[in-house]
Design a protein around this ligand. Structure first.
Ligand SMILES: NC(=O)c1ccc[n+]([C@@H]2O[C@H](COP(=O)([O-])OP(=O)(O)OC[C@H]3O[C@@H](n4cnc5c(N)ncnc54)[C@H](OP(=O)(O)O)[C@@H]3O)[C@@H](O)[C@H]2O)c1
Length: 274
C-alpha cells in the first residue's frame, strides 16, 4: 500500500478541477485526475490522468478499481466534474435536464458509492463535493443547474451525518463565479420568438460580465479549497471565491422578498405591469 495520501479529483482535465489536482499534487498528494478528454499529457510529478466518465457506472468502477489496485487506498475524493445548462425552465427539454443531473448529481453519487468501501475499511477519508452558490440561490435561466446543486446540498448534509460515525469527513464547497470555460461550454437553449428572450438577453449580458473580470481565477479558489481540506474543520459548508460568502450571508439573513429583489435587480429581471 502507498505511503503517500491518495486523492481522486473528478473533472481534472481543465478548469477548477485541474487547478485543484495540480495544487494537491504540489502539496504531496498522489493525485489521480479524472476526465474524458485530455488536451495534453500530464508531466507533473504526483499526478496521473485517469480516464473517467462519471455518467457511466462501468467507467467509475474501473477508474476507482485502478486507483485501489495501484495504491491500495483513497484518502480524498473531490467530486468536481460538472456541466452547465442555461435557458428558461419551460424551454429546456427534460432530457437535457436529465443529462445535467446525470453528471452533477448522479455522477457524485456513483463516485461516493465506489470509494466508500475502501474509506470505510480504512476508517478514515475525506469527501469534498464541489457545489455552488447556486446550490442555495436559484439563478434565473439556470434553474436546472441550480436544482442539481440544491440536490447536492441535500445529499451532502445527509452523507455528512451518515459518515460521521465512520470517521469519514464530508465538505461542501460553494464557489461563486470562477473564471473557467464552463459557461462557454454550457448547453444553451434560446428559442427564436421566445417570450423569455428580452429577459434572457439581459441576463446573459450580466452573466458574461460575472464570468469575466469579476470571477475568481481557478488557482485562487483551489488554494482556498486546499486550506479548507488541510484544516481540521468540522463545518460542512464553505463558500469560496469572490462574492460567494457575501451572497450566501445575504441569503441566510435577508427575508426572501428582499433577497429576491437583490437577485432580480442584479439580473435586470423586470416585473410585468399589472
Ligand atoms: N466556473 C464557475 O463559475 C463555477 C461556479 C460554481 C461551481 N462550479 C462547479 O465547479 C466544478 C468545476 O467546474 P469548472 O468551472 O471548472 O468547469 P469546466 O472548466 O467546464 O470543467 C469541467 C470538468 O468536468 C469534467 N466533466 C464534465 N462532465 C464529465 C463527466 N461526465 N465525467 C467526467 N468528467 C466530466 C470536464 O472534463 P471532460 O469534459 O474531459 O470530461 C472538465 O474537466 C463544477 O462542478 C461546477 O459546477 C463552477
Amino acid at each position: 500500500m502507498s505511503q503517500q495520501a491518495v486523492a481522486i479529483v473528478t473533472g481534472a482535465s481543465r478548469g477548477l478541477g485541474q487547478a485543484l489536482a495540480r495544487a494537491l499534487a504540489g502539496k504531496g498528494f498522489r493525485v489521480y485526475g479524472g476526465g474524458r478528454s485530455w488536451s495534453s499529457e500530464s508531466p507533473q510529478e504526483n499526478f496521473s490522468q485517469l480516464d473517467l466518465d462519471v455518467d457511466d457506472d462501468r467507467s467509475v468502477n474501473e477508474a476507482v478499481g485502478k486507483v485501489l489496485e495501484e495504491e491500495g487506498r483513497v484518502d480524498l475524493l473531490v467530486n468536481n466534474a460538472g456541466v452547465s445548462v442555461a435557458g428558461p425552465v419551460e424551454e429546456v427539454p427534460v432530457m437535457a435536464a436529465r443529462r445535467l443531473f446525470e453528471t452533477n448529481y448522479f455522477g457524485v453519487t456513483r463516485m461516493v458509492q465506489a470509494v466508500l468501501p475502501a474509506m470505510r475499511r480504512a476508517g478514515r477519508g475525506t469527501i469534498v463535493n464541489i457545489g455552488s452558490a447556486a446550490g442555495r440561490i436559484g439563478i434565473p435561466f439556470q434553474g436546472h443547474y441550480a436544482a442539481s446543486k440544491f440536490a447536492l446540498e441535500g445529499l451532502s448534509e445527509a452523507l455528512r451525518m451518515e459518515l460521521l460515525p465512520l470517521g469519514i469527513r464530508v465538505l461542501l464547497i460553494e464557489p461563486g463565479d470562477v473564471r473557467t470555460t464552463i459557461w462557454e461550454r454550457r448547453t444553451h437553449f434560446e428559442a427564436k420568438g421566445s417570450p423569455y428572450l428580452p429577459a434572457l438577453q439581459r441576463f446573459l449580458k450580466v452573466k458574461e460580465r460575472e464570468m469575466g473580470e469579476r470571477a475568481s481565477p481557478p488557482e485562487e479558489v483551489a488554494a482556498q479549497i486546499l486550506r479548507i481540506i488541510a484544516s481540521p474543520t468540522g463545518r460542512l459548508r464553505h463558500p469560496v471565491g469572490r462574492g460567494s460568502w457575501l451572497a450566501l450571508l445575504g441569503r441566510r439573513l435577508l427575508p426572501d422578498r428582499w433577497f429576491f429583489q437583490v437577485v432580480e435587480n442584479n439580473y435586470r429581471i423586470k416585473r410585468s405591469e399589472p
